[in-house]
Design a protein around this ligand. Sequence first.
Ligand code: SF4
Length: 224
Amino acid sequence: MRISYLALSDTRCTVQVSGCNFKCLGCFSNERHQGGVEISAARITEHIPKGREVMLAGGEPTIDGEGLLSLMHELEGHKVILSTNGHCLDKALLENLTGITVHIDLKALDQQLHRWYTGKDNSRVLEAIRLLYDRGFDFEVSTVYVPHVVDIDEIGHIAAFLSTIGNIRYKIIRYMPVRGFSRRPVPQEIYAAVKAAGKYLGNVSSSMENRSHPTHRRIVLPDP
Ligand code: SF4
């Protein structure tokens, strides 16, 4: 598997996979571009303490399906959270991922907007959300609030769509501007988006009150 790094904190290990199949205009991830180093699943897990929660993020951790499955095999017994854009999360892959928690991004519901922003159609992502729900996965959907691109109306539409599937956990992420694309949403915009989504769904949160990234961590792979 090609990774940018493996980081350890007291509570969690993060495997940051390199490369991504989307080309989001506002991408804030350094891992999007292919690069990193090829490291076997066995070598990655050697550095992960027994029982520690593992977050698989990127870039996009599902673009190398085989590598992902070997890593999952090595991680048996760990709580695993897969953070994904959902495009490769089809039936075949999901059959081999039972027992994990999934954080799936839905960048936009509007097809034209999604294509423009990511370079890809969103139909596979929408299907992945249905599959996760139908198969009883522990999962949440998230959307990055990007002012004047993906804002309150679009977030309302996404929440309305999700509610047609079920009472899905939904999280709104506050955009961090890169290369002058858009701007950082003000807190009031995020609160308003949470409120708009809350008209349709019973469990809506945001990255403002619910931060998921550990603050103190050290990189253990590639060898520092
Ligand atoms: S899916 Fe994530 S990593 Fe990939 S281009 Fe979009 S924001 Fe960047």
